[in-house]
Ligand binder design. Structure first.
Ligand SMILES: *[C@@H]1O[C@H](CO)[C@@H](O)[C@H](O)[C@H]1NC(C)=O
Ligand SMILES: *[C@@H]1O[C@H](CO)[C@@H](O)[C@H](O)[C@H]1NC(C)=O
Ligand SMILES: *[C@@H]1O[C@H](CO)[C@@H](O)[C@H](O)[C@H]1NC(C)=O
Ligand SMILES: *[C@@H]1O[C@H](CO)[C@@H](O)[C@H](O)[C@H]1NC(C)=O
Length: 174
């Protein structure tokens, strides 16, 4: 057989067998200031043993004009430890300019599902409905993770949306 075809075939097989796997395992939202942000609903819905979707419904009582998002990844290793990134972006500037390559990755995950596709200010009901299509552009080591998202309005943390997930690098090894 042609060598190129064999290499192609092996690559497809490896890509198929090693398809990484992500499952959200818990979602915890918390308002630090209930006169600005009220979280009504923050829950995972189970589709099957290995598929869940994220649903968040919250109200911003006052308009938010100055929003920073602090994204911090944690990996479980006898308690959750900081891992890979701890990164803060100016969310209002990002929505105007789409100027942060890293935030773009996160945005591309959510843009079809949420009520947030516009520029600042944000006020009233904010929703993420049935978010489940997770495509990470990078591969993580197999393990349990926690993505801490802290939302900072006018320089002060107002609420957090924290998502726990499991990543399996290679299904064959588990
Ligand atoms: C809490 O929210 C109120 C209403 O928007 C705001 O005036 C106040 O500054 C906020 N407090 C803190 C500590 O951010
Ligand atoms: C958001 O949650 C509130 C409180 O549970 C509920 O009254 C409202 O209908 C929800 N909105 C949507 C669009 O789901
Ligand atoms: C999801 O779970 C089912 C049943 O447990 C299993 O057959 C399937 O291979 C799993 N899919 C993935 C992507 O792990
Ligand atoms: C988001 O809004 C922009 C500008 O209004 C629009 O071009 C784009 O199609 C929207 N994206 C989605 C996924 O709705």
């Amino acid at each position: 057989m042609n060598r190129v075809i064999i290499i192609f075939g092996v690559s497809v097989l490896v890509a198929f067998l090693e398809a990484p796997f992500v499952k959200m395992t818990n979602a915890v939202c918390k308002s630090y200031n209930k006169s600005w942000v009220v979280v009504h609903y923050c829950r995972l819905k189970a589709y099957s043993r290995n598929k869940t979707s994220l649903n968040i419904n919250a109200t911003f009582i006052e308009p938010a004009n100055n929003i920073f998002l602090k994204m911090k990844m944690m990996k479980k290793a006898s308690g959750y430890k900081p891992f890979l990134f701890d990164y803060t972006i100016d969310a209002c500037e990002f929505m105007r300019k789409r100027n942060q390559p890293f935030a773009k990755i996160v945005w591309n995950l959510f843009k079809h599902l949420s009520t947030v596709n516009h520029t600042c200010p944000y006020v009233g009901l904010q929703m993420v409905s049935d978010f489940h299509h997770i495509e990470l552009p990078f591969v993580l080591p197999t393990g349990d993770y926690l993505l801490l998202l802290d939302w900072i309005f006018d320089g002060k943390p107002q609420f957090a949306t924290n998502v726990y997930f499991t990543f399996v690098e290679d299904l064959l090894k588990t």
